[in-house]
Design a protein. Sequence first.
Length: 464
Amino acid sequence: MDYMNLDKYPAKPFKIKSVEPMNMISREEREKAMEEAGYNTFNLKSRDCYIDLLTDSGTNAMSDKQWAGMMMGDEAYAGSENWIYLEKTIKDIFGFKHVIPTHQGRGAENILSTIAIKPGQIVPGNMYFTTTRYHQEKNGATFMDVVRDEAHDAGLNIPFKGNIDVSKIEKIIEEHGADKIAYIQLAVTVNLAGGQPVSMQNMRDVRALADKHGIKIFYDATRCVENAFFIKEQEEGYADKTIKEIVLEMFSYADGTTMSGKKDGIVNMGGFLAMNDDDLFGEAKEIVVVYEGMPSYGGMTGRDMQAIAIGFQEAMQYEYIEHRIKQIRYLGDRLLEAGVPIIEPVGGHAVFLDARRFCPHLDQEQYPAQSLAASLYIDSGVRSMERGIVSAGRDVKTGENHRPALETVRLTIPRRVYTYKHMDVVADSVINLFKHKEDIRPLEFVYEPKQLRFFTAKFKYADK
Ligand SMILES: Cc1ncc(COP(=O)(O)O)c(C=O)c1O
């Protein structure tokens, strides 16, 4: 590997001012901790994890400017200075007319699904996301996957695997009628496809189709900065544009968006819902006070709002996002070099192990990705997350397991937290496991929650 190539694997574009010690417990202790956690990495204690790649959500390291901003929290119940600053920042970066703050992304999803869905309607989207689909279904909608077929093929290395297949939406319109569609959901990037981006051309195409039929489009902006990097790197005509210019153009094709600020906002908490429509805004304002708080804080403290406003601005810096994407690619390259099956190309926030090819001796109903994540933790204290049949849950109508084509373990990289050497520790452990892959054992549920089961479910080994 060309480890010293700084174009391919750039150094961190920041210095470290404050550090947090890491803790490594013994293998016996990890085995016990995993058994007690019911073979679910969500149930582990943070102190028992060495390198924590459970998620990139809210696990980011804030900058000196963000910490300084937190001292400027105006904790007024209404009309906080920090809200005025955050609202201005969001309008400047995303270009929407109205903004509603929320405590995190799912708060925005709750409000949007409540105001924009009538029972019996359909929401076509580029692959489901767990909490997003939950809110859509809770409000009586059926989610229909319209991501291009290639997104379901883990080993296929093509750009913009997160694109919507416009013909799939046309088919839904033909069969059900445009008025049956609540709105089109377009996620940038597509988390469960491996953090795969959507091209600007695809966003234009979806806009044209939506305009033709009078349908609204709402984005899930959660990882939009990562998406913008891929557009700049790989789409013709964007190499000389700034990340900020690209983000603004992306959202010019949307009627609104939900946002989990815990990812590309580079903070630990926060989110928002934004839109152009005055009437929908009025309705959203009525709901936000019920579930989140005043329309001038929506579940965030003043200091949270200051930190996220600064975080959005820092995320527009090219060197920041270039380093982030390329550090993740480094981990992917190390695994590919050793023949470990992963989702290709490597996306914007994580490397996804392809548990189908990693554990061909296990059936999907034996939860191979869940078991692989448990084994990785036991091997090295690296915490990852299942993104396969357990996360997909059950069909609300039939009660059967959804069986997603992608059965994966997500190694999610927090922003500005770990070094290349940490990536080496992770790669070495995964490669070691791959050499002994037959030892990864089948699991069965001992506790299965009805909703969003992956968060708190418990399992035991099914072969003893
Ligand atoms: C694509 C996507 N959408 C929505 C959400 C929900 O955001 P939050 O965790 O802030 O509620 C997440 C979080 O993991 C996500 O990855």
